[in-house]
Design a protein around this ligand. Structure first.
Ligand SMILES: Nc1nc2c(c(=O)[nH]1)N[C@H]1C(S)=C(S)[C@@H](COP(=O)(O)OP(=O)(O)OC[C@H]3O[C@@H](n4cnc5c(=O)[nH]c(N)nc54)[C@H](O)[C@@H]3O)O[C@H]1N2
Ligand SMILES: Nc1nc2c(c(=O)[nH]1)N[C@H]1C(S)=C(S)[C@@H](COP(=O)(O)OP(=O)(O)OC[C@H]3O[C@@H](n4cnc5c(=O)[nH]c(N)nc54)[C@H](O)[C@@H]3O)O[C@H]1N2
Ligand SMILES: [Mo]
Length: 699
């Protein structure tokens, strides 16, 4: 079994091992770990990798500290105290697996397999540890399926309905662009390896703009910060297109050849005069006019949209509307021109072989952002049995899921059996009946796509597993055996899984072979360089065109033409609520954390300080809030505490709580997700974390 070392690939006692950063980030860095006498002593970015360029971020530079941390889980644990108390005793793997298998069997016998719910996200983005044996296990049982919506599905659907999928403009060609728009993304924090390309574009004369309600560390580095009212980006894009058509700045040839439904789009944007756009977005008409003119007269503009901007009711439509812009101007003609939300659909690993969804019976699907409801409603909110067993891995829902009060109520149910696979005793692990120790990226095999570039990366284990930790793949293999599931696909070892993932004839995957990956660590997809995916149309939509009019959206009962959908918690949709809770809370990532990962690493937590709430001086003065004073942030769903930072680098009416803190590591035991809601976006059932009205008061 190729656990870490194997006959073909023994672990080095000394040497340099190539790997991939496992974290949920567009950059997917190529890392090199130096091992001495079986211990990892140094980690660095691969200097030869075109995106990593030899540096790692502030967080992953500390990956060795994280791996060897004194709090690493090294043995299976069984709960001894009351639920949620975090009191556990050490047990053997055999005992843990036998008891978990018996308890899951009991749930199946009594309530049916759909009463079992897997819950995972992208704690690691690796195909093996993220979506292989785990999927096979749950599919074979006939457990409920999980719709993994917490991050990206709204925007993903917006792209799919417009250009056909997440095929983004290529970051490596951005230095050839004459305009860069960072639209709802905090590049220096959440996509730092893209920044050198932005700087090179600027050296070549490009202007760099940032559209964000917050003057983030990224916005501070840009030529211009355009503060926008949260959740109104579709209106801004419609207003820009109004000016483009009004002033004849469109590319008629591109539109005619490669788009569908321009007459509908023209009619729609005619309504979005600069005045109306300004009323909706809070951006002055002059700025809208000048932004549209600069965009329309640029030769090749690159727009980096990221997932932050789609965490509102209309997030799907917002991304769809922005994605129409480069087809109106024809910027797709040039490599680097266009829009990038994600590049993930360029990668075509053989997930069907990994997942084996074909062996699952017809079962219900539970939307992960409604975990609170799923655990507290009798039919999990979607019909079928109540959830009686929850298996969590690669995620920390007791910190990151919306509406934490509901999540905690669910996790606290005495009749819920919960298993958590983890590196650390997280907020979620505290609620478990069993905690199982998992390996980190230094201790297991994996293979990775990237969602901000075009290189596939292999991860080789550098060190032996810590204590009794096991890879997720192996834990689910053993669990399958313990439950008497005898299918031969549970015998595939990790290298076999990698071979299966790479077993595809897709043209873009040609050359992405195990041999090539073993030799170099990473391989560029089989796409041209420079890569201009839609220079000649070739959109992946049913019509093959950029669909300004979408028949598929019409069939879903949605507006087939780009439109502005106001936030749920907005003056347009719920003025009473806004009167009671007048401030919009954005709880986007703190620079030092990766969602809730790394919060327990002391140097990074020290760097983040304590939970903060950034508030505009006018809003602070109106509430008697002083800088560095303690505040409570509250709405109907819950409350949490923070230290006020009074600054003018934020749009009035908006507050920012850098996130996602572990609730157990802050004095009030609460975080921003005590205020967020389980409501879904217009497309894709996505999370609406930033569609969230609150009030802030001094304590
Ligand atoms: N250091 C670090 N890096 C990360 C992460 C992390 O937690 N920490 N998370 C990773 C993950 S999982 C993801 S999905 C990506 C996310 O990467 P980004 O999309 O960059 O993430 P966010 O910081 O959520 O949002 C970006 C910006 O959008 C702004 N914003 C919020 N609402 C709106 C809006 O309505 N309109 C506009 N124009 N802007 C808005 C926020 O103020 C924020 O500055 O980053 C990844 N990289
Ligand atoms: N308020 C607010 N909430 C948010 C966000 C926000 O910006 N604001 N961001 C949202 C976004 S974009 C996302 S993507 C989600 C992310 O939410 P999650 O996917 O839950 O991400 P993390 O909080 O990083 O937690 C991942 C956990 O997986 C564990 N892990 C890592 N690798 C492995 C492994 O190999 N095996 C096992 N068993 N465990 C492993 C880590 O130790 C960590 O505890 O959070 C969302 N929640
Ligand atoms: Mo995410």
């Amino acid at each position: 079994m190729a656990l870490a070392g194997s006959a073909d690939f023994p672990l080095p006692t000394t040497g340099r091992v190539r790997g991939a950063c496992p974290h949920d980030c567009p950059d997917t860095c190529a890392m090199i770990t130096t091992v001495e006498d079986g211990r990892a002593v140094r980690i660095e970015g691969d200097a030869d990798h075109p995106i990593t360029q030899g540096f790692l971020c502030a967080k992953v530079n500390r990956y060795l500290e994280r791996t060897y941390h004194r709090d690493r889980l090294q043995h299976p644990l069984r709960r001894v105290g009351p639920k949620g108390s975090g009191r556990f005793e050490r047990v053997s793997w055999d005992e843990a697996l036998a008891d978990i298998a018996a308890r899951l069997r009991g749930v199946i016998d009594q309530h049916g397999a759909e009463a079992i719910l897997p819950y995972s996200y992208a704690g690691t983005m690796g195909y093996l540890q993220g979506e292989s044996m785990d999927r096979r296990f749950f599919h074979t049982l006939g457990a409920s399926k999980l719709d993994r919506t917490i991050c990206s599905t709204a925007g993903g659907m917006g792209m799919r309905m417009t250009v056909g999928g997440n095929i983004g403009a290529d970051a490596e060609s951005v230095p050839d662009c004459d305009l860069v728009i960072l639209w709802g993304t905090n590049t220096l924090t959440s996509n730092p390896h893209f920044w050198p390309f932005v700087l090179r574009a600027r050296e070549n004369g490009a202007q760099v703009l940032c559209i964000d309600p917050i003057r983030t560390r990224t916005a501070r580095q840009c030529d211009e910060w355009i503060p926008i009212r949260p959740g109104t980006d579709a209106a801004l894009a419609l207003g820009i297109m109004h000016v483009l058509f009004r002033d004849g700045l469109e590319d008629g040839d591109f539109i005619e050849r490669y788009t569908l439904g321009v007459e509908h789009l023209r009619a729609r944007v005619a309504e979005w005069t600069p005045e109306r756009t300004s009323d909706t977005t809070g951006i002055p008409t002059d700025t809208i006019e000048s932004l549209a003119r600069r965009y329309g007269s640029a030769r090749s503009a690159f727009m980096r949209v990221n997932y932050g901007l789609q965490r509102h009711a209309g997030g799907g439509m917002a991304v769809r509307t922005i994605a129409c812009l480069p087809a109106v101007t024809g910027h797709w003609r040039h490599a680097g021109g266009g829009v990038q939300l994600s590049t993930s659909l360029n990668f075509r690993f053989n997930t069907a072989a990994l997942h084996r969804a074909d062996v699952s019976p017809e079962v219900r699907t539970v939307n992960m952002i409604r975990l609170g409801d799923a655990l507290t409603l009798p039919d999990a909110g979607v019909g079928g049995p109540a959830v009686h067993a929850l298996v969590v891995y690669n995620s920390n829902p007791a910190a990151v899921a919306p509406d934490l009060a509901a999540v905690r109520r669910g996790l606290g149910r005495e009749d819920l059996f919960t298993v958590v696979l983890e590196h650390f005793q997280t907020d979620t692990a505290d609620w478990a009946d069993y905690v199982l120790p998992a390996t980190t990226q230094l201790e297991h095999w994996d293979v990775h796509l990237a969602y901000g570039h075009l290189y596939a990366t292999l991860n080789r284990p550098a060190i032996a597993p810590m204590g009794e930790a096991l890879p997720n793949t192996e834990i689910f293999r053993r669990l399958a055996k313990a439950m008497g599931l005898a299918h031969d696909y549970f015998d595939d070892d990790d290298l076999t899984l990698i071979r299966q993932a790479l077993d595809t004839n897709h043209v873009r995957m040609q050359g992405v072979t195990l041999d090539a990956l073993l030799e170099r660590g990473w391989v560029r997809l089989n796409v041209p360089k420079p890569y201009a995916p839609f220079a000649h149309g070739d959109f992946l939509t049913p019509s093959g065109k950029c669909e300004f009019f979408s028949e598929r959206l019409a069939q879903l009962g949605l507006d087939p033409v780009p439109t502005y959908t106001p936030p749920y918690e907005s003056r347009e949709r719920d003025p009473d609520l806004v009167a009671r809770w007048p401030l919009t809370l954005i709880s986007s990532p703190a620079h030092q954390f990766l969602n809730s990962t790394f919060v327990n690493l002391e140097p990074l937590r020290r760097g983040a300080g304590r939970p903060e709430c950034i508030i505009h001086p006018d809003d602070a003065a109106a509430r008697g809030i002083r800088n560095a004073g303690d505040v409570e942030i509250r709405n109907d769903r819950g409350a949490f505490r923070a230290m006020a930072r009074v600054e003018d680098g934020i749009k009035p009416g908006v507050v920012w709580a850098p996130s996602v803190w572990w609730t157990k590591l802050v004095p009030d035991g609460r975080n921003a997700n005590d205020t967020t809601s389980q409501r879904e976006t217009d497309l894709g059932g996505g999370a609406t974390f930033y569609d969230n009205q609150v009030e802030v008061s001094p304590i």
